[in-house]
Design a protein. Structure first.
Lengths: 136, 64
């Protein structure tokens, strides 16, 4: 997710606080899941619950950005956030669908789906930077 | 969209940052509007007009 940095208004501060809380939860959840599967080899519903735990941290990060868009009063900054998200989604879909066809037809290495969100974050961040220069 | 923000601002000797504070937006937003790269919403256009004590049409024009 992009880090709005035009001005550090209250919506931006709240976004950063929520984002870092969600990031911290993601790190804790992924460590918990890795340790639990390595040591205790859980099965059944518990295994499913532990496996999806890290995703909650990522969903939290997306929710934080959604709340930022809802709370940002500066319409230009909000537009920058929305545009960078759209560009990020488009770029991520372009990369992953291209990778998918390469995987299918020329047996390129399998793309781990857990990498899609970090890829989206990077591409959205780049988009935000490009948009910033466009409006400077 | 063309606008007279720069002129109106200069008449009052306000910087972009001064105007941004008065409009409760970022300086970058003022710059984007002033340079015609971003069209403000109707509520913001009304806010700008009220601040300069004039009408929206006196500030913004849709002529290219």
């Amino acid at each position: 997710m992009p880090m709005p940095c035009g001005t550090m208004n209250s919506a931006t501060r709240r976004y950063l606080r929520r984002f870092f809380v969600a990031l911290l939860l993601y790190i804790l959840f992924i460590i918990a899941a890795v340790v639990a599967f390595a040591r205790y080899h859980p099965t059944g519903p518990l295994a499913y619950a532990l496996a999806v735990l890290p995703a909650l941290g990522i969903i939290g990060q997306m929710a934080a950005f959604g709340l930022y868009l809802a709370e940002e009063k500066d319409e230009f900054q909000r537009t920058l956030g929305i545009l960078s998200m759209i560009w990020g989604i488009g770029a991520t879909l372009s990369v992953t669908v291209t990778w998918g066809f390469l995987e299918k037809f020329v047996h390129l290495r399998h793309l781990d789906l857990t990498l899609v969100y970090p890829l989206y974050c990077v591409l959205t961040g780049i988009s935000y930077g490009l948009l910033q220069t466009r409006y400077k | 969209m063309k606008n007279r923000l720069r002129v109106l601002r200069a008449e009052r000797e306000w910087s972009q940052a001064d105007l941004a504070v008065r409009l409760e937006v970022s300086r970058q937003s003022v710059n984007a509007i002033e340079t015609g790269k971003f069209d403000p919403s109707l509520p913001l256009a009304f806010k700008v007009a009220r601040l300069f004590e004039t009408t929206i049409e006196a500030i913004f024009s849709d002529e290219s």
